[in-house]
Design a protein around this ligand. Structure first.
Ligand SMILES: *Cc1c(COP(=O)(O)O)cnc(C)c1O
Length: 443
């Protein structure tokens, strides 16, 4: 806990904190953004990203056998990059024109998990499974990994436990993948987790333990209970390197997609990327990966709800993962699943501190409006949190960022990272859409 005196001192050194405390919409430009060549050297690099990519490739036969919907993409889980000119026109008609082209990275379509957790979450589980099997002498790197689905392996994995805490989507991703391999998997969910997510997990044979409190409480309890068993692995959203590396592969793949669509990224063609942010793992991993590839030509922004700006609070105060939004008096209440996170990731936030260009906050109502507008203009459905990046281009245009960084915005490519939506049931989609439409009409 922090005393009033300490909070006052934080506000004195970073006045924007007062607006954050008041749950106002803010645009924070990161004063610690460091030119890429001068940024601290991290324990990770391009080599780790490439190794991760090799692991995904080894698992391709496994994915094709376990999930036939991945046969078409040869067992590689990837989502399309789509230009969304109609949505650009809608945004411009309500908030003014902006320069550059607007794209949506459709991770809402990622197979199986239906969210960006198919990158980080799946990666941590398949890496863990591979390590166990290699160590036990059951598997070699050049084997056909579809054998991991055989009874011998199921029996082997069933002797190992995995635990994870989640507001929903991470639990879905980890739960589905762990259960497919045969692990004994327990998902500790916070009170705000949606009923349909819990039901889906139970159907897959996942043990779901529900908590009264928020994500921080669920993760604390989940970590404690999992680690009581020395044979158990806890997927720690607040501190996992493997989750982070899993997300970085998104950067390698999107670089290929940009090339295929003849989109240049260089000093005269800036790339701006807008990612919804919970603990900061997925947006951090993607930002890290993109920076390895494009250095100072890519500009990464995170978006957090005004009531759950966990990473923003950690960076603005300098307290990193020691501080939570509750410590500054916010309630951490948001409809945006996956973003209702009061405390940032320790691992990811240390890296993001030097690499990200800024953090923007958004109100829940805005997310629902964007959801309805995107459905109407492009016929794309996203879950509310996944729409957050759509506020980015105009916010940045209204800021001094492009000017101070001498960006040629005429040539800009804006990528809004859409992080989830595929698994949302129809009744829930309708309710989200209706809410957004109503809000749009009431202005
Ligand atoms: C998890 C999630 C995020 C945020 O990822 P973090 O790693 O928690 O920052 C964003 N959108 C959706 C839909 C998510 O499920």
């Amino acid at each position: 806990m922090y005393s009033d005196k300490e909070i006052t001192a934080f506000i004195k050194s970073a006045p924007i904190l007062q607006d954050i405390i008041d749950a106002k919409v803010v645009t924070w430009i990161n004063p610690e953004l460091t030119p890429f060549d001068d940024a601290p050297k991290f324990s990770l690099g391009l080599k780790d990203m490439e190794e991760a990519e090799q692991l995904w490739i080894r698992f391709a036969p496994f994915f094709m056998k376990a999930f036939p919907e991945t046969i078409e993409s040869h067992g590689i889980l990837e989502s399309p990059l789509r230009e969304i000119p109609n949505m650009k026109a809608v945004l411009e008609s309500s908030h003014g024109n902006f320069e550059g082209r607007l794209f949506l990275k459709c991770d809402n379509e990622l197979p199986i998990a239906g969210s960006i957790k198919a990158r980080g979450g799946f990666f941590e589980i398949i890496k863990y499974a591979e390590t166990l099997a290699l160590d036990a002498g059951l598997l070699k790197h050049d084997d056909d990994y579809s054998k991991l689905l055989s009874p011998v392996f199921r029996e082997f994995f069933s002797r190992h436990k995995i635990g994870v805490a989640s507001t929903g989507n991470l639990g879905l991703g980890i739960g589905i993948m762990s259960a497919t391999l045969g692990f004994k998997i327990t998902v500790y969910v916070s009170a705000d987790a949606k009923q349909w997510k819990k039901e889906l997990l139970r159907e897959k044979g996942v043990i779901v333990v529900e908590f009264e409190g928020d994500f921080s409480e669920a993760i604390l309890a989940g970590r404690q209970q999992t680690l009581m068993d020395p044979n158990a692995h806890f997927v720690d959203d607040e501190d996992s390197e493997d989750l982070f590396i899993g997300y970085t592969s998104g950067a390698l793949r999107i670089a290929e997609q940009l090339k295929a669509q003849h989109i240049t990224v260089d000093a005269d063609h800036p790339l701006l990327v807008y990612s919804p942010c919970g603990v900061g793992g997925s947006p951090g991993g993607i930002a890290f990966g993109l920076k390895q590839l494009y250095g100072d030509h890519v500009h990464c922004f995170f978006i957090e709800p005004t009531h759950s700006p966990g990473v923003l609070t950690g960076l603005v105060t300098g307290e990193m993962s020691k501080i939570s939004v509750q410590d500054i008096g916010l309630d951490n209440q948001t409809e945006a699943d996956g973003l209702a996170v009061g405390r940032p990731s320790n691992f990811a936030t240390k890296i993001s501190k030097h690499l990200i260009s800024g953090i923007l906050t958004v109100e829940d109502d805005e997310l629902f409006k964007l959801l309805a507008q995107l459905k109407d203009s492009e016929n794309i459905f996203l879950e509310p949190s996944a729409t957050a990046g759509l506020i980015g281009p105009q916010r940045i245009q209204a800021s001094e960022y492009a000017k101070t960084h001498h960006l040629n915005m005429e040539n800009a490519t804006h990528i809004v990272w859409a992080t989830g939506g595929l698994l949302v049931p129809e009744y829930q989609r309708e309710a989200f859409y209706d809410k957004g439409s109503r809000l749009l009409k009431s202005v």
